[in-house]
Design a protein around this ligand. Structure first.
Ligand code: DAT
Ligand code: MG
Length: 169
């Protein structure tokens, strides 16, 4: 009996821990300028993911160079930093089961020419240099990006009222 309870508890706590995965999503300057903020946020909300941090800010080149540090050697890097620092952005943290991977699926392929219809990029943009949104590509990079863009206090832990209707356990 105790074993059954323990097994059940460990299963339950594991699935709850998995549901607390976090990813860093950002609406880029073109997404803001084109009035797509609400639309992009809506995709994540409707899916069932939980918003745990959000702000509106004009990022510095310095911050963007850190954010895209692993692309520093690419020929498009200077243009990328210029574009990303050309206006305000909406950095966010979303939480949920497999949210890093599923977040990328919701965004669509990096190059909108290859993004499937129904995805954010597939529906709302055309060129890779104006692809309106960013999403972390792995759990580890998500942690780094969240720490880069948000302080610990800005990320809010809370219980979503509809949780039991989004997850079966
Ligand atoms: P993603 O944003 O899907 O994670 P990435 O990390 O490879 O893609 O690149 C970061 C951003 O850099 C991408 O969203 C748009 C820009 N970018 C990537 N490849 C590019 C290219 N070949 N030409 C111009 N911009 C590019
Ligand atoms: Mg990337």
């Amino acid at each position: 009996m105790i074993c059954t309870l323990l097994a059940f508890y460990s299963l339950f706590s594991r699935s709850m821990a998995e549901a607390r995965e976090r990813t860093f999503i950002m609406i880029k300057p073109d997404g803001v300028q084109r009035g797509l903020v609400g639309k992009i946020i809506k995709r994540f909300e409707q899916k069932g993911f939980k918003l745990v941090a959000l702000k509106f800010m004009w990022p510095s080149e310095e911050l963007l160079k850190k954010h895209y540090a692993d692309l520093a050697g690419k020929p498009f890097f200077p243009g990328l930093v210029k574009y990303m620092s050309s206006g305000p952005v909406v950095p966010m943290v979303w939480e949920g089961l497999n949210v890093v991977k599923t977040g990328r699926v919701l965004l669509g392929a990096t190059n909108p020419a290859d993004s499937a219809p129904g995805t954010i990029r597939g529906d709302l943009c055309i060129q890779v240099g104006r692809n309106i949104c960013h999403g972390s590509d792995a759990v580890e990079s998500a942690k780094k990006e969240i720490d880069l863009w948000f302080t610990e206090k800005e990320v809010v832990s809370w219980q979503q009222a509809n949780n039991a209707w989004v997850y079966e356990d």
